[in-house]
Design a protein around this ligand. Structure first.
Ligand code: SAH
Ligand code: SF4
Length: 363
């Protein structure tokens, strides 16, 4: 009798599956078959794995657990954006968004915004996820599972569907769940799996300085986005409490080092509120970012109940962007997707729990 641990099937690479098959006395090629079913065809149950016999499947399933995410809710926006509320096998809930960019000149882009933690310990002032505190880290299988399950659901309508890009901008701070995030990236990149290019994945961080430096060394190809939001320490510490631990001077130093090692442009995210979208902040950003290899992405803040923060009007936004441009900084506005469906992560989960009378901190 073999006494083996059980593994999360979605978190297994091919080598791990080969080892399991060997230990179970199964043919080695079963591992490659299994990997393809799970990572490429995105199956959600053992019964869908049709070219592995029932007997072998039952031996395998005793050691490899398949936990598809339960779709609690799916909202579709007028622009095609879909937002999912998923339940994990222990009852916790996460959100995930699919954004489609249909393009004439090149192939369409289908971007999934994944969560990396249930809740978040950082507690930024404008963020619905942060308001509810930290629950737990997601495993690599759960991170990757979001992309797999969305692929599966969309393929029911469009069999050719393929996710092309992944952004780690859902719930949680990816660099505080570093190992699982890094492993998930490697597996999503696998050519016999989801086959998503390293350069098509972007990790967004509130500024965990030591991990930014580590990421540059461990995976110099993946994209980095830094949530700056303010250009002086006083304002930034209020908006992004991570700044109290790693203030701007340290953060910008790590960004310079990141660019030196990777030669990649960092995306600096700046959420603008009616308060901070002013000339003084814009000029402070110009001074802060002078000479840095990067690009600023302006995001009008998505108002979350209880934060008291409001969106700036269009005039203020334009003025802000203009000051940066004149200062020689490359600027874009985040193409707003799904604003009619509460696409700011954390909002859907919060509303669902309130709407279903679930105490916010009891699940
Ligand atoms: N924890 C990481 C990644 C998840 S948040 C980070 O903070 O970067 C992804 C992005 O959404 C961050 O730039 C975050 O600041 C921004 N964000 C969160 N809530 C928002 C809101 N209500 N309006 C606009 N942007 C928001
Ligand atoms: Fe956490 Fe990012 Fe939300 Fe801040 S913005 S609370 S770091 S998820």
């Amino acid at each position: 009798m073999i006494s083996m641990e059980t593994y999360d099937l979605r978190g297994c690479n091919e080598e791990a599956l080969i080892q399991v098959c060997q230990e179970l006395g199964l043919k080695r090629f079963r591992a490659a078959q299994l990997f393809q079913w799970v990572q490429q065809k995105a199956v959600r149950s053992w019964s869908e794995i049709s070219n592995i016999g029932k007997e072998d499947r039952s031996v395998l399933s005793a050691h490899l657990q398949l936990h598809p995410l339960e779709r609690i809710k799916e909202q579709r926006s007028a622009d095609g954006t879909r937002k999912y509320l998923f339940r994990l096998h222990d009852g916790e809930m996460i959100e995930c968004v699919l954004m489609d960019y249909v393009r004439e000149q090149s192939r369409d882009r289908h971007t999934v915004c994944v969560s990396t933690q249930v809740g978040c310990a950082v507690g930024c002032a404008f963020c619905a996820t942060g308001m509810e505190g930290f629950r737990r880290n997601l495993t690599m299988g759960e991170i990757l599972g979001q992309v797999l399950d969305i692929t599966y659901f969309v393929r029911q309508e469009d069999p050719e569907f393929q996710v092309t890009n992944v952004v780690f901008m859902g719930m949680g701070e990816p660099l505080l769940n570093y190992e699982q995030v890094l492993q998930a990236i490697m597996l999503m990149n696998h050519e016999r799996g989801l086959n998503i290019g390293m350069r098509r994945m972007t990790v967004s961080t509130s500024g965990v300085v030591p991990r930014i430096l580590q990421l540059a060394k461990d995976n110099p190809q993946v994209g980095l986005a830094v949530s700056l939001h303010a250009a002086d320490d006083t304002t930034r510490s209020q908006l992004v409490p991570m700044n109290r631990k790693y203030p701007l001077a340290q953060l910008m130093e790590s960004c310079r080092e990141y660019s030196r090692i990777t030669h990649r442009r960092i995306t600096f995210e700046v959420a603008l509120t009616a308060d901070n979208a002013n000339q003084t902040q814009a000029e402070a950003f110009v001074r802060l970012l002078k000479g840095q290899l990067g690009h600023v992405n302006l995001i009008p803040v998505n108002p979350v109940a209880g934060t008291g923060l409001e969106r700036p009007d269009l005039e203020k936004l334009k003025k802000f962007a203009h000051v940066l441009e004149v200062g020689g900084i490359s600027v874009s506005w985040r193409e707003e997707k799904g604003t009619d469906i509460d696409a700011a992560c954390g909002q859907l989960r919060r509303q669902w729990r309130v709407g279903n009378n679930e105490p916010i901190d009891s699940i």
